[in-house]
Design a protein around this ligand. Sequence first.
Ligand code: ADP
Ligand code: GLC
Length: 472
Amino acid sequence: MEIYHISAECYPVAKVGGLADVVGALPKYLNKKGHQAKVVVPGYDNKFTNENQFEVVHNGKLKLGWFTFSYTVLKEATDKLGFGLYLIAIPELFDRPNVYSYEDDTERFTAFQIAFLNWLIESDQYPDILHCHDHHTGLIPFMVQNCYNYQRLAHIPTLITIHNGQYQGWFGFDKMHYLPNFELSRAGFIEWGGMINPLAAGIKSAWSVTTVSPSYLEEIMYAANGLENLLRYEREKCVGILNGIDNEVWNPKTDPMIPANYDLKTVKQGKQQNKEFLCEQFKLDPEKPLFTFIGRLVGEKGADLLPEIFNNSLREHYNEINILVLGSGDSHVENQLNSLKPHFEGNYNAYIGYNEKLSHIIYAGADFLLMPSRVEPCGLNQMYALRYGTIPIVRRTGGLKDTVVDFGDNGFGICHDQASVFDVNYSISRAVGLYDDKKRKKEIVDFILQIDHSWEKVAQEYLTIYNTLKHT
Ligand code: ADP
Ligand code: GLC
């Protein structure tokens, strides 16, 4: 089967969060099972684009309302990622370093989707499945079914995966003329709450909808930033599939980014060596338990709670614990996290920014990973933590609920119900107790190192859906 994954992010091409990790891994594992999965992302002006070889496979033009843009489709020349990678370069809109947060994001991602379909309609062979990811590609299922230009594509099954229902890509009807012509009576398919809503358009028009964990699917029936009723209406075509992780990239035994590699036999020494490396770099004490938070510093992740949580725990367990944060996002939270440093020198540090290599070293060297998320559609950090023998401390929500069981319930993690300062401080205290119980901690670390969340298993669930759609 030939499957096109269309997305704004893909690791290692362009990454902001977990969306990139999923799009950079699932296609690879579909290919290992004998299929032809390809990935299409915009051509950003970033390190990956500038340091790799590409072949031009298509030149075209697209219309966005009254504007015309030229675009080029570039194929990565070596197929080294394990899938065919195609970049759609639209210089005026994407020749910039970042993925998101430009004023013209509506124009950028609408143009990207139109360019993709213009290219596809001209190719001599059509794929079996179009797999879209999040709102940046949510107009594709609508356009293939309704725009006159794309009638020849209307038979191709479309699937949209909701990685994050909070962001929907809303824009006003004054920009409806950006879309290639369609029968106006169909405009209801792109509308939700009086706006053009690309995520809603994808949910309404795609043949199938997936969420990135079963629990998140249940949750969005009641809390989906305004899309609850739509999702309940479309419930029949929705499936929750827990994400996998790329066990080749995330493997403590072979990971080239960490100072000391380890496996089940050497985990104790290996983790300690990585911890010592981190502690030296961040002036912490390697004899104490190391807690960490890695992620986007935004409300969904509960990041606004972190400064108070850290302040409380560092006082309650004075000089008994270390905390190291890696993240960026809300500047107020960034400042608060930085301003804690002088108060807890030797026990606390924060790296404000994005650093892929450092994230690997922290997963390897930390004892506990905090995820006090308010919303977590899946969450990959807790799965990376498990793979590296780091015990996750999570709020029971979305994918966290599906992947972590509290050690008090014969499980291997630490769970709490509220995204509140109190609950997280209580969990940290339980973790300090667990750290001192060397035998129990060792049993848990040995157990979590062997949990298998690989895409190897999960890719099959997507194949089952693709097959059903293909034969519908
Ligand atoms: P989300 O996609 O909502 O941000 P996920 O848990 O699915 O959350 O994935 C986050 C991904 O981004 C993980 O690969 C994590 O290691 C990575 N990440 C997040 N923040 C940073 C950072 N500041 N530096 C390095 N990696 C980060
Ligand atoms: C989103 C979600 C996160 C999920 C990721 C990959 O960014 O916030 O929970 O793990 O997508 O699906």
